[in-house]
Design a binder for this molecule. Structure first.
Ligand code: ZN
Ligand code: FE
Ligand code: FE
Ligand code: ZN
Length: 267
């Protein structure tokens, strides 16, 4: 079985990943992938979450190291970026995202207000908040992300489950449905992200029931490992492909210059 390409891969420029882009590419080749898409954490000039992303001044360097991996010639390499959605991001991203020659822009919500809810440093806050209300706020931000029209694919749809704090299935469905409606209306995709398997929750993002809701809306999918080191490229993709099949997916999508193409899923 040839694995779908990995469309969520970081680089050392974000200060919490390691390895050279050529090592990530080599790892994708070893796993028999047809291509690879780098999606490092986008810079944010306002100083937003500065510790965990490339500096604005590093962006040219990012273009260069992605290009280095491409010129390596072992595998086609796409230029992507993981750009956060947060209040006020528009000011910068509107202009900046349209200027970069991106193949795909992955949109993620990592913050509810100023709470970086998926950071281990802040995980104790989950003990203090109303978990269902926090999830509801998260999904409303996801809806705004979709409405913004800035992004091609939503990253890790149910990221708030990372440390195991969850609403009831009924509440989850009720809040996820309108968010998925807005993702579908925006013509966006979502990703099957295996990074969750390496976190306390030990589950792929999104959960099977959410993936089925996405499938009902014909929302296209990509696959991502969220690798922060070369060894994690394509992490547990066999499991991710099986999950997609169980939800009724028979295709995934790839991107060039933000135009997507369907590819049949090999089971
Ligand atoms: Zn990261
Ligand atoms: Fe992320
Ligand atoms: Fe990521
Ligand atoms: Zn991520």
């Amino acid at each position: 079985m040839s694995l779908p390409p990995d469309y969520h891969v970081h680089t050392k420029l974000c200060h919490h990943a390691s390895g050279e882009t050529s090592d990530y590419a080599a790892s994708a080749v070893r796993r028999g992938m047809a291509e690879l898409c780098f999606t490092d954490h986008a810079p944010a000039p306002c100083g937003y979450d500065a510790k965990y992303r490339m500096a604005v001044a590093d962006f040219d360097r990012y273009l260069q190291i992605v290009d280095d991996a491409r010129h390596d010639g072992r595998i086609p390499v796409c230029l992507g970026i993981e750009a956060d959605y947060y209040e006020g991001c528009r000011e910068f991203q509107d202009d900046w995202l349209s200027r970069g020659a991106f193949d795909m822009v992955l949109g993620s919500v990592h913050y509810i207000g100023d709470w970086g809810f998926d950071s281990p440093e802040n995980s104790h806050i989950w003990e203090e908040v109303d978990v269902t209300a926090a999830w509801r706020e998260y999904f409303s931000l996801v809806g705004c992300l979709a409405d913004s029209g800035l992004y091609d694919v939503l990253g890790h749809l149910d990221l708030p489950k990372k440390f195991g704090y969850r609403p009831s299935d009924r509440d989850l469905d009720e809040m996820a449905r309108p968010a998925l409606d807005r993702i579908a209306a925006a013509g966006m995709g979502i990703e099957i992200n295996t990074g969750g398997l390496r976190k306390p929750v030990a589950e792929i993002y999104p959960a099977p029931r959410l993936l089925s809701l996405a499938r009902e809306r014909a929302i296209p999918i990509t696959f991502g490992s969220d690798a922060h080191n070369p060894e994690d490229v394509g992490y547990a993709f066999e499991e991710a492909v099986a999950l997609a099949g169980e939800a009724g997916y028979s295709e995934y999508v790839v991107f060039r210059k933000r135009e997507r193409t369907n590819v049949p899923l090999e089971g």
